[in-house]
Ligand binder design. Sequence first.
Ligand code: NAP
Length: 218
Amino acid sequence: MTIAILGGTGKEGFGLALRWARAGETIIIGSRDAARAQESADKIKTRASQSKISGADNIAAASAADVIVLTVPFEGHVRLLKQIKSTLKPGAILIDATVPLAASIGGRVTRTIGIWQGSAAQQAAEILKGTPVVAAFQNISAEFLNGEADLDSDVIVCGDDDRANQIARGLAEKIPGVRALDGGHLENARVLEQITALLITLNIRYKAHTGIRVTGLK
Ligand SMILES: NC(=O)c1ccc[n+]([C@@H]2O[C@H](COP(=O)([O-])OP(=O)(O)OC[C@H]3O[C@@H](n4cnc5c(N)ncnc54)[C@H](OP(=O)(O)O)[C@@H]3O)[C@@H](O)[C@H]2O)c1
């Protein structure tokens, strides 16, 4: 299974790539600039020896992958999805970690903006009709992913396709210290996206990096 991380030169995508490279996954870092993607891949190699990682422009990365992970700021979401739409392999799935923070249109970082479809992930599903879309990783801070310690977080996965959901939960649990939870249908993605804005508020108020753990599960 090849995983393309679009926007993988940024904080969140780089952190996911690092953790999955260490877990032995085959990764392609995607960027608008292939050279920048390769630079990030080379940096990961220095922190994850033996890793199977390379860099490419976003479109080439997406077209070569079985799993595409979207980690770009919301302002780039629609354009990038439209660019990759016709290039995806049959059977490919998309995991969307995008949070539609108001900051992406000049507003506050502690608020999300309203999306007609209900969430960024539902917007992705509408654009990529036919490709299963899963919402996950919105509530995992890049700060944790890029550190060396195990995480202490749940990743709630929402989606309408069982196979895609399972793949996303499996990848989440390859990150040490993460428990993956089934969060139901893709329509719940809007909750995941809004929780991130709340976590950012907590981070500011408590000068911390926060994540979520759900209690009461057996
Ligand atoms: N940071 C976190 O802790 C965190 C946690 C959970 C979820 N998220 C979500 O994950 C996404 C990425 O967050 P981030 O903090 O990693 O962002 P970031 O570092 O600002 O950006 C990630 C990458 O996206 C690419 N990019 C920037 N603007 C773009 C545009 N207009 N169109 C296409 N690509 C663009 C850039 O790569 P190139 O210039 O190389 O193309 C950049 O390195 C966001 O939606 C964010 O809300 C972030």
